[in-house]
Design a protein around this ligand. Structure first.
Ligand code: DOR
Length: 428
C-alpha cells in the first residue's frame, strides 16, 4: 500500500513534510518525497491529510468481562478504531477484576479476534481491587500486562501501595495511580467549593487527589518504582508532578480532554450527569493550568478515560448516576479543534502526547514513520466536520460529556500492522 502525499509528522525522526509512505506487509518499507507505486500496489491519496505514528489511548474502560451491556471488547475496539487509535490500554475494573494472567490473556485474545485496535490490558495492583492483598503481578506480566493500577479507586493504605510499588518495580512496568483518598472524597460528586455550594451536593475536594499524589511521589522516591499519575485534575497536582520530575524521579502523568476543556461551571441546574466524572471537573484556573502543562511538556500524555455507562445509569439523579464519560471517539477531534487549530499545542506535541509517550510509559515497542518500523499509522483529516450526536458513536454507550458539539478534524484512516481498519472514517 502506498500512502501518497500526506503531511508526515513524527518528532521522533524529525519529519514534518509532504511525503509518500510505502507499506509492505506489516512494516513501513520506505518514506520519501516521491515513491513510485510498485505493480499491483494499492495507492491511497492522502493529499491535505496528516500522517502520524498510530495513536495510543492508555486509559480506557472496556467492561468485558462483567458489564458487556455497557461495552464489550468488540464494541470497544470499534470505538477505538473510529477514534483513530491503533492501541489502547484497558483498565482492570471489570467483573471479575483483571487480576490474573488468565484474565489478561482473555482480553488480549478477544481484542485480537476483532482485528481492529490492539488491546493491552492493565492488571490490577491488588486482588479484586480490594486494596488488601497483592494481585498476581508476575503472572500478569508473563501474559502481557502493560502496567498496573487499581483505577476506579485509590489504594487507600500507604503500606499496601508501597508493597505494590516494590513488587511492580521488579518487572519494568509503571504503577498507574488513581489518586483518591476516600476519607476525604467520601460521598463527593462534584468539585468541593463553588460547585458543591451552588448545586447543593457533596464535594470531592482537590486535596482528595493531591494528598495521594504527594504520597505516591514519596513512595516512588522510596521504592524507585515508575509512577504514572492517572487523570490529573488540579493545578497543584501538576505542580507536585513538575517538582518530582525536576528532582529526576521516574514520575509521569496524563490528563483527559474533559479536565482540559470543561470546568465545574459547565455543571448547571440542568444536572447533566454526563458531566459527573471521577475526579470531578475542577475550576477554570485548574483547566488553564492543565492546558499550559500539556503545552510545556509537564503533562506526558492525553487519555480519554473512556468510561461507558448504559442510559439508565446516567438518566437518574446526579447523586446516584455513575461516574464517567465516553471519550475514545472525541479525544482527537477535541484536541485538534481546541488546541492544535488554535496553535496552543503544536502537531509535534500532539504526536508526543497521543503516540510517543504512552508507548514509552506502557513499555510498548516504539512506532515511528520510518523504514523498518511497524506500519501502525493514523491518518488525520484536519478539515473533517464532526457533530457529536449519539449516532456518531461506535461505542455501545452514548454518555458523552461533549454531546452537541461541532468539532473540526478527525481520523480518516487507521492502519494496523499494514492493514487498513478505518477507511475514510468508516470502521471496516
Ligand atoms: O469517571 C470515571 N469513571 N473515573 C474512574 O476513575 C472510573 C471510571 C469508570 O470505571 O466508570
Amino acid at each position: 500500500m502506498l500512502l501518497k502525499g500526506a503531511r508526515v509528522i513524527d518528532p521522533q525522526v524529525g519529519i514534518d513534510g509532504v511525503m509518500d509512505v510505502l507499506v509492505d506487509g506489516g512494516l513501513i518499507a520506505e518514506v520519501s518525497e516521491a515513491v513510485d507505486a510498485p505493480e499491483g500496489c494499492e495507492v491511497v491519496d492522502c493529499a491535505g491529510k496528516v500522517l502520524v505514528p498510530g495513536l495510543v489511548d492508555m486509559h480506557v474502560h472496556f467492561r468485558d468481562p462483567g458489564f458487556e451491556y455497557k461495552e464489550d471488547i468488540a464494541s470497544g475496539v470499534r470505538a477505538a478504531t473510529h477514534g483513530g487509535f491503533t492501541d489502547v490500554a484497558t483498565m482492570p475494573n471489570t467483573d471479575p477484576v483483571t487480576d490474573t494472567g488468565t484474565a489478561v490473556r482473555y482480553q488480549i485474545d478477544r481484542g485480537a479476534d476483532a482485528g481492529l485496535t490492539r488491546v493491552h490490558p492493565i492488571g490490577a495492583l491488588t486482588r479484586g481491587e480490594d486494596g488488601e492483598s497483592l494481585a498476581e503481578i508476575g503472572d500478569m506480566v508473563m501474559e502481557g500486562a502493560c502496567g498496573f493500577s487499581d483505577d476506579g479507586h485509590g489504594v487507600q493504605s500507604a503500606g499496601m501501595m508501597r508493597t505494590c510499588m516494590e513488587y511492580v518495580s521488579q518487572f519494568d512496568r509503571a504503577v498507574i495511580a488513581h489518586c483518591e483518598d476516600e476519607s476525604l472524597t467520601a460521598n463527593g460528586v462534584v468539585n468541593e467549593g463553588r460547585a458543591s455550594t451552588r448545586l447543593g451536593m457533596f464535594g470531592w475536594p482537590a486535596l482528595g487527589e493531591e494528598l495521594e499524589v504527594m504520597r505516591d511521589i514519596e513512595l516512588c522516591r522510596l521504592t524507585g518504582c515508575p509512577l504514572h499519575v492517572a487523570h490529573i485534575s488540579t493545578a497543584r497536582s501538576l505542580d507536585l508532578v513538575r517538582a518530582a520530575k525536576a528532582e529526576g524521579l521516574p514520575v509521569t502523568c496524563e490528563v483527559t480532554p474533559h479536565h482540559l476543556f470543561l470546568t465545574e461551571e459547565n455543571i448547571t441546574d440542568s444536572y447533566n450527569t454526563n458531566l459527573k466524572v471521577n475526579p470531578p471537573l475542577r475550576t477554570r484556573d485548574d483547566a488553564e493550568a492543565l492546558v499550559a502543562g500539556l503545552a510545556d511538556g509537564s503533562i506526558d500524555c492525553v487519555v480519554s478515560d473512556h468510561a461507558p455507562h448504559a442510559a439508565h445509569e446516567k438518566d437518574c439523579e446526579f447523586e446516584i448516576a455513575y461516574f464517567g464519560t465516553v471519550g475514545l471517539e472525541t479525544t482527537l477531534p477535541l484536541m485538534l479543534t481546541y488546541l492544535v487549530d488554535r496553535g496552543t499545542v503544536t502537531w509535534q506535541r500532539l504526536v508526543e502526547v497521543l503516540a510517543v509517550a504512552p508507548r514509552r510509559i506502557l513499555r510498548l515497542a516504539p512506532v515511528a514513520v520510518e523504514a523498518g518500523s511497524a506500519a501502525d499509522l493514523t491518518l488525520i483529516d484536519p478539515e473533517a466536520a464532526v457533530t457529536v450526536t449519539p449516532e456518531y458513536f461506535e461505542s455501545k454507550s452514548k454518555n458523552s460529556a461533549f454531546l452537541g458539539l461541532h468539532l473540526k478534524g478527525a481520523a480518516s484512516d487507521v492502519v494496523i500492522g499494514g492493514k487498513r481498519v478505518l477507511e475514510a472514517g468508516l470502521v471496516r
